[in-house]
Design a protein around this ligand. Structure first.
Ligand SMILES: [Zn+2]
Ligand SMILES: [Zn+2]
Ligand SMILES: [Zn+2]
Length: 331
C-alpha cells in the first residue's frame, strides 16, 4: 500500500456534495439531527431559508449561520432531516447535506480475489459481540498509482474502500467464515487550486483567487512571475503538496480525528448495547459543528456529551426525595 491508493477521490470533510450519494440519517438514530446549507448557485439567504424551512418542516428547532458560507440547521425529527437534504426547494440553489462523518465511516479491506458483489453482501463486525454488526453502504475498488514513461498510471488494487453505516469503524468483515480485518480509510486532505487553502476544493471555493506564483489576488495563468514559495505553508521552498509540512500535519490531524470519532461512537454503541434502557444518542457525542466544520479541529473537541451544546436538557428535573409540595399531588 506504500504506493498509495492514489486513484481515489477524496471524501473529506467538505466535499459532501461532490459525492453523488446523498447522506441520510439511518433508521434508529436519535436526534438532534444536523443539516448544513452551503452556497451553490447563489449566496446563502438566511431569511428565505428560514422561512421555507419553518413553513415546511415543523421538526426544525434551530437555524444558525455558522459563518458567511455555512448555515447549520438542527432538526428534532429524523424524517424531516432526511427530507430537507433531498428537498428541491433548497437543493437546487444550495448545497444541502448531512456530513458524512456523522452518519458513516470508511474502512479499507485488502484481499486478493475479492469482488464488489461479495463485499456488498457483508456486514462490519466489532470484537465485542454485544455490539451489533453494521451495514455496508458502499464499496469501491481502490487503485494504486505508478509512474510509467513519466506518466501516472492507475491500476486496480486488491484493496476496497468500504463505507459502513454509523461512525464507528468495525474491526472486521466476514466472507463465509473468513474474517478480513478493516483498516481505517483516511481520505486525502483537499486543497483548493483557486485560493490555495486546504480543506475544500475549487468547486466550492468562496474565497478570492490567489496566485500560486506571486501570492497576489489574481489567477495563476495571468501571472508572469516565477514561483518561489509554497503558499500552503508559507515556506520559501517549492515542494510537492504531499511533501508540504502543513499539508502533512493536516493529514495526520484528520487521521487522528477519524480515529477519535470512531472510538467515541463505539463507546456509545457499547453503552447502549449493554444498557438497553439507556436512551443515549450516538450522534450527540459529536462536538458542535463549529469545531468540526474543519476536520482538522475535530480532534480538539472530544469532551464528550456532558457539555455538548446539542444535548437537550432533561425534560423533568430529578424528583427529590421527601418532596412533599408537588403541586400535582392531591392534598
Ligand atoms: Zn478555495
Ligand atoms: Zn501572480
Ligand atoms: Zn508547503
Amino acid at each position: 500500500m506504500s504506493g498509495g491508493e492514489g486513484g481515489m477521490e477524496s471524501d473529506g470533510e467538505d466535499d459532501e456534495a461532490s459525492n453523488v450519494r446523498t447522506k441520510i440519517y439511518p433508521n434508529g438514530s436519535t436526534g438532534p439531527f444536523i443539516v448544513f446549507f452551503r452556497p451553490k448557485l447563489k449566496p446563502l439567504n438566511l431569511i428565505s431559508i428560514t422561512r421555507d424551512l419553518t413553513r415546511k418542516f415543523s421538526g426544525v428547532s434551530e437555524i444558525k449561520r455558522v459563518h458567511a458560507n455555512k448555515i447549520r440547521v438542527v432538526v428534532n425529527n429524523i424524517s424531516h432531516a432526511n427530507e430537507i437534504v433531498t428537498c428541491e426547494l433548497f437543493t437546487l440553489e444550495y448545497r444541502v447535506y448531512i456530513p458524512s462523518r456523522i452518519v458513516e465511516c470508511d474502512g479499507v479491506v485488502t484481499e486478493e480475489g475479492l469482488t464488489l458483489d461479495e463485499l456488498y453482501e457483508c456486514r462490519g463486525y466489532f470484537r465485542n459481540p454485544a455490539v451489533n454488526p453494521v451495514k455496508i453502504i458502499e464499496v469501491k475498488q481502490l487503485f494504486s498509482s505508478s509512474t510509467q514513461d513519466g506518466k501516472t498510471v492507475y491500476s486496480p488494487s486488491n484493496s476496497f474502500r468500504v463505507t459502513f453505516e454509523g461512525s464507528a469503524l468495525p474491526k472486521y468483515i466476514e466472507i463465509d467464515k473468513a474474517r478480513l480485518p478493516v483498516r481505517l480509510f483516511v481520505p486525502k486532505v483537499m486543497n483548493c487550486q483557486k485560493c490555495k487553502q486546504l480543506g475544500h476544493t475549487t468547486a466550492y471555493c468562496c474565497n478570492k483567487a490567489r496566485c500560486i506564483k506571486c501570492g497576489e489576488e489574481h489567477d495563476d495563468s495571468s501571472c508572469t512571475q516565477a514561483a518561489t514559495k509554497c503558499l500552503y505553508c508559507d515556506e520559501d521552498a517549492l515542494h510537492k503538496l504531499s511533501d508540504c509540512p502543513t499539508y502533512k500535519q493536516r493529514q495526520e490531524k484528520l487521521k487522528l480525528s477519524l480515529k477519535q470519532r470512531s472510538n467515541r461512537t463505539f463507546a456509545e454503541m457499547l453503552k447502549q448495547a449493554t444498557e438497553p434502557l439507556n436512551s443515549g444518542n450516538i450522534y450527540n457525542i459529536l462536538p458542535s459543528d463549529e469545531t468540526v466544520a474543519d476536520s482538522i479541529n475535530a480532534g480538539a473537541s472530544t469532551s464528550g456529551t456532558a457539555n455538548s451544546p446539542w444535548n437537550q436538557p432533561p425534560r423533568f428535573p430529578p424528583i427529590a426525595k421527601a418532596h412533599t409540595s408537588d403541586p400535582q399531588t392531591k392534598s
